[in-house]
Design a protein around this ligand. Structure first.
Ligand SMILES: O=C(O)CNC(=O)[C@H](CS)NC(=O)CCC(=O)C(=O)O
Length: 278
């Protein structure tokens, strides 16, 4: 059994303040016995403007936020999933939304760039998102072996694309992590059911760490960070506001479920090939 933590935040436009808050919550997670902690999407910065985000992008392998993540992982001896941070691409106007994973020794063990980008208008609230204007999409699904289990990485809007999760599962994932910043509107309608569906259909744990609250930018995010087990049971969760959600991952129990209820062995169709979208 290993304890895992989903960290919920309501990040603002001041990066140092966000890092202080993340450090406080990671300490709380470590004190609660967590060995893997997941930070939300954009934990380091929910900016007022696209220009602010572009200016904050770091070079792969160096920068304030990457140093922070490495130091926190080592300090608390944690597997740390660093939500997403903006990493520079060749296009100065677009950064990758990168989910970086660090081991308990502080070394980086994986990088996943968010593949599906949120280009959506919500008529009910008038909100408009055009993430691809400022974000470069990733191309490759990523799994990473940890001593908690094999972890499949996905971010926020990726939740709506079951073929990504199935690909991760086929590559060995036992546990999905999902740093997120769902809107209040779509979260209320879809978040809980999609999380449970992805966990159930892949008989996998899912650790969803969300932004949850009102942001200085004027946005409201849904929150409801939670840990779901392979049977679809919500082991722990919270509503809105900053905090830590902890639960225990039991891979022996997962193996029993996968053995007794072998849906993963009953698939008949090949996965659709990835389409070239760039
Ligand atoms: O841009 C930022 O500041 C942080 N990133 C986000 O908020 C991202 C891209 S706009 N949000 C989502 O993917 C929401 C998905 C969602 O809400 C849904 O699928 O319903």
């Amino acid at each position: 059994m290993s304890r895992v933590a989903a960290i919920q935040m309501a990040s603002g436009p001041n990066r140092e303040a966000n890092l202080l808050e993340a450090a406080r919550l990671l300490e709380e997670a470590a004190d609660a016995g967590a060995r893997l902690a997941v930070l939300p999407e954009c934990f380091d910065l929910m900016p007022r403007s696209d220009a602010e985000r572009a200016a904050a992008a770091e070079t792969d392998g160096q920068g304030r936020v990457q140093d922070f993540l490495a130091a926190q992982a080592q300090r608390h001896q944690l597997w740390l999933v660093g939500g997403t941070i903006p990493l520079r691409s060749d296009d100065p106007a677009r950064a990758y939304a990168s989910c970086l994973v660090y081991g308990p020794d502080g070394r980086r063990v994986a990088r996943y760039d968010k593949i599906h980008l949120f280009d959506v208008s919500l008529s009910a609230s008038g909100e408009q998102y055009h993430e691809s204007a400022t974000t470069m999409p990733g191309r490759e699904p990523v799994v990473v072996q940890t001593d908690i289990g094999c972890v499949g990485l996905a971010v926020c809007y990726d939740l709506r694309f079951p073929e990504l999760f199935r690909t991760l599962q086929r590559r060995g994932a036992e546990l999905f992590v999902l740093p997120s910043a769902f809107t209040a509107l779509t979260g209320q309608a879809h978040w809980d059911v999609l999380l449970r569906a992805r966990a159930i259909e892949n008989l996998s744990y899912l650790v969803a760490a969300a932004q949850g609250g009102f942001h200085v930018s004027g946005r409201e995010t849904y929150g409801h960070s939670q840990v779901v087990d392979p049977w679809g049971l919500v082991l722990a969760g919270r509503g809105s506001g900053a905090g830590v959600v902890v639960a225990d991952v039991d891979l022996a129990q997962q193996r029993r479920i996968r053995g007794q209820f072998p849906t993963l062995e009953h698939h008949r169709l090949e996965l659709p090939a990835a389409t070239e979208t760039l």
